[in-house]
Design a protein around this ligand. Structure first.
Ligand code: SF4
Ligand code: SF4
Ligand code: SF4
Length: 263
């Protein structure tokens, strides 16, 4: 990385901008970080633009062709490109739209009459007629991923510190169960509830279970996840295939290992 302060930039696509807000919320460490990097683009906090960056953070999933072009442009201007959060990493909740034809989606939201009119509108329909919601890695090469909905600010800081000091950042592929056990939580399966912790990437400090909820796998499925065994476990609890698929696809519908599951 250059001897000058590395330039970092943020770009948002289809998202709730919660990952950027999660970052802005850690004001104390952010100020310390800004002593070591130069923030050159960040729509949430500034209006300046820059021609090149050392690290570009991409928040959001990719829908329209103009977004694809913009993403390619960012890729060409940056040394490292980081997918920031589940929308960028997996397509997140919005990737569920891929299972439904655009016209059907529109009809469900706005009704039959509106669907017919929008399809006849040459200016408006193309906004809806995209064929797929894409994760960032489906469009351009991604160097690093910060998982989660939202991303974990501590992981963001670890990644930036590693990159600016020339190290390779590593995020171990442990299941959420590992952190859950370390935190001394009672397993929700003992209460008859289903949890995606055994097949989902940890790194979130099992925050949902700590707070009395279950894990819905917002950090994506582990590379070694035994989805078949997990599905059998849920079936043994009386959960039907359709409900299981709904549960898996909340955050992970773009994962190829879920293809072929009952729809
Ligand atoms: S990953 Fe979650 S918090 Fe981050 S932008 Fe997407 S929906 Fe919002
Ligand atoms: S509650 Fe979920 S994450 Fe925790 S140990 Fe049980 S299955 Fe694993
Ligand atoms: S416990 Fe599961 S749903 Fe909650 S933050 Fe961690 S991976 Fe995401």
């Amino acid at each position: 990385m250059s001897a000058m302060k590395p330039k970092i930039a943020f770009f948002d696509f289809a998202s709730c901008e919660g990952c950027q807000l999660a970052l802005l919320n850690c004001e104390d460490v952010l100020l310390e970080l800004l002593e070591h990097v130069e923030l050159v683009e960040f729509r949430e906090a500034m209006s300046e633009k820059a021609p090149r960056y050392d690290i570009a953070f991409i928040e959001g999933s990719i829908h329209r062709e103009e977004d694809v072009e913009r993403l390619h442009d960012v890729r060409a201007r940056t040394r490292y490109l980081v997918a920031l959060g589940a929308c960028a990493d997996t397509g997140n909740v919005q990737a569920r739209a891929n299972a439904v034809a655009p016209a059907v989606n529109f009809q469900r939201v706005y009704g039959e009459e509106a669907r017919n009119s929008v399809q006849a509108d040459g200016n408006y329909w193309p906004l809806w007629a995209h064929t797929r919601v894409r994760a960032v890695h489906e469009v351009v090469a991604v160097d690093y991923t910060l998982r989660g909905c939202p991303m974990v600010a501590e992981e963001f800081l670890r990644l930036v510190k590693a990159l600016i000091s020339g190290q390779i950042p590593r995020f171990p592929a442990n299941a959420v169960c590992v952190e859950c056990k370390k935190n001394g939580n009672e397993c929700v399966y003992d209460r008859g509830l289903a949890c995606l912790g055994p097949i989902a990437y940890g790194g979130c400090d099992s925050v949902c279970i700590n707070g009395g909820h279950v894990c819905d796998g917002c950090r994506g499925l582990l590379p070694y996840a035994n989805v078949d065994a997990h599905r059998d476990l849920l079936r043994s609890m009386g959960i039907g295939d359709r409900a299981i698929l709904h549960r898996y696809s909340l955050h992970c519908s773009s994962d190829a290992r879920l293809k072929g599951s009952a729809q």
